[in-house]
Write a protein that binds this ligand. Sequence first.
Ligand SMILES: [Zn+2]
Length: 273
Amino acid sequence: MSAPARTADGVPVPILMYHSVAREPSARTRGLSVSPGRFAEQMELLAEHRCTPLTTAGLAAIWRGGGALPDRPVLITFDDGYEGVHRHALPVLARHGFAATLFVSTGWLRGAHDTGGGLDTMLDWDQVRALAGQGMEIGGHSHTHPQLDQLHDEELEFELRQCREIVAGELGAAPVSFAYPYGHSDRRVRRAVRAAGFAQSLAVGNGLARRRQGPYALRRVTVRRSTGTAEFERLIEGRAIGRTFAADRALTQGYAVVRRARQARRKAARIRV
Ligand SMILES: [Zn+2]
């Protein structure tokens, strides 16, 4: 009666990357935020398209085990840990019964571990526990959200271990999925993430995720404040990739420029000292 089961191999999966869901986002999060109304519309579109949202660990488990994916699999992910995920996104997700994943930068969340780096109003740990209680997977996104490839080995290990231990301490279960801050990683970072105990990790790259990308470099597509209905539909159908790719390549190149400038400054600082 149903469509023949597709094997997990070869089925591309859109992994949607959200940041904040807010009516009035801070200036620094605005471009990557979505309004509560727009978010609700987008979840409605997933329902209309009969998409089946999975958690990150759920997708990885299917790909690891070689099982069949559900029809029209999709992942809904949120980075950093903005309060709007609890206030605005959770009720909508609960209404649809949609699975999702939240990747927290533990030092950005309000409360005992706050290092003060958050870019807008962040979640507190009671809210994170409420999200986990509703079935949202809580993954790691480092402790202070640095560009991991710029860190020395010890700093890198600290960022991963601290994040994992705080989530485990607050929620009673260690996180198994990770998302690279800025979507960026290199081989050393991927190895460290694996060694820290994370079983899979998400990048950016604005492409659909495929099994052959490997569990530590799964691609995501970015949902922005400027993402309209037609573009969102193309994203979930895997058709908007080319159009957003150019913009994101510019963004990535922007990051590269920032990184080079930082390296130059560091070098200059070392020379001065
Ligand atoms: Zn982030």
